[in-house]
Design a protein around this ligand. Sequence first.
Ligand SMILES: NC(=O)c1ccc[n+]([C@@H]2O[C@H](COP(=O)([O-])OP(=O)(O)OC[C@H]3O[C@@H](n4cnc5c(N)ncnc54)[C@H](OP(=O)(O)O)[C@@H]3O)[C@@H](O)[C@H]2O)c1
Length: 263
Amino acid sequence: MLKTILITGAGTGIGKDSAFALAQRGHRVLATTQTDAQADALTLEASAKKINLEIFKLDISSEADRQRIEPYAIDVLINNAGMGESGSLAEVDMQIVRKIFEVNLFSTLELTQVALKGMIERQKGTVLFVSSIAGRIPMPFLMPYSMSKFALSAAGAGLRAEMDQLKKNIHIALIEPGAIHTGFNQAMTDSKYAWMARSSYFSHQAEKMKKQEHATFRFLEAKSTQGIVNQIVKATEATRPQLRYTSPWIQGFGVRLARIFGV
Ligand SMILES: NC(=O)c1ccc[n+]([C@@H]2O[C@H](COP(=O)([O-])OP(=O)(O)OC[C@H]3O[C@@H](n4cnc5c(N)ncnc54)[C@H](OP(=O)(O)O)[C@@H]3O)[C@@H](O)[C@H]2O)c1
């Protein structure tokens, strides 16, 4: 059955590729971007590819932008927008941690509440939260991001149970990608070095750390978004989506093992 789908952070990466894939399957896709410039670029790319998207700016941290989704009868909301920040919890500025929680958790939930209002009235809908496997096991030096995704995965699982009790045919699922090459991980890991260069307990090993992080992601990252896009399509089209969708599966499996062994 064809659906009306709204996806956030669709100007780049996983969000953009998911928007294209869902539109190519015949769904009506409202592809939203953080900025007007991204909306213009996406409009050009979609028209060059002859893919039909309805594109507009939606900065999820803007109350006015969030209200713009109210008139749409959204069947599936895909909360894909997110940001990354890194640094040791021993010293990272809490404003950085507050900012990432503001975007990845609070703004995501505020947008979800706007969408849920219509879904509950219409007695149908699905909300997907694009969290991360970093929301399943703590990631040293990525904790500002990891904590925000732990909170998001917990929020999604809790909201799912609440919506089950409401019995209004509202489904909630978590998309938990492993490392995927979109540029996101490099920007996130590098975000800390500007302030670490000024002052850090770890200054003496910063260069080595940076090289190791880049090497780790070069090794771990899936080169294409296809696997996670397939999972997003599956969750979007499911009548009753399961709680969690992960890709690459081997990373999801590794995380489950790590949790069994108490990491
Ligand atoms: N790539 C991975 O390895 C990986 C792994 C696990 C989870 N994820 C999650 O997957 C999602 C997509 O990430 P990606 O890899 O595709 O990276 P990406 O290309 O950077 O996508 C994130 C998108 O969210 C947008 N965004 C940030 N803040 C926003 C806001 N306030 N309002 C609206 N949009 C906003 C970004 O816009 P700007 O470009 O303007 O910042 C960007 O377009 C994120 O939630 C990320 O946490 C990614």
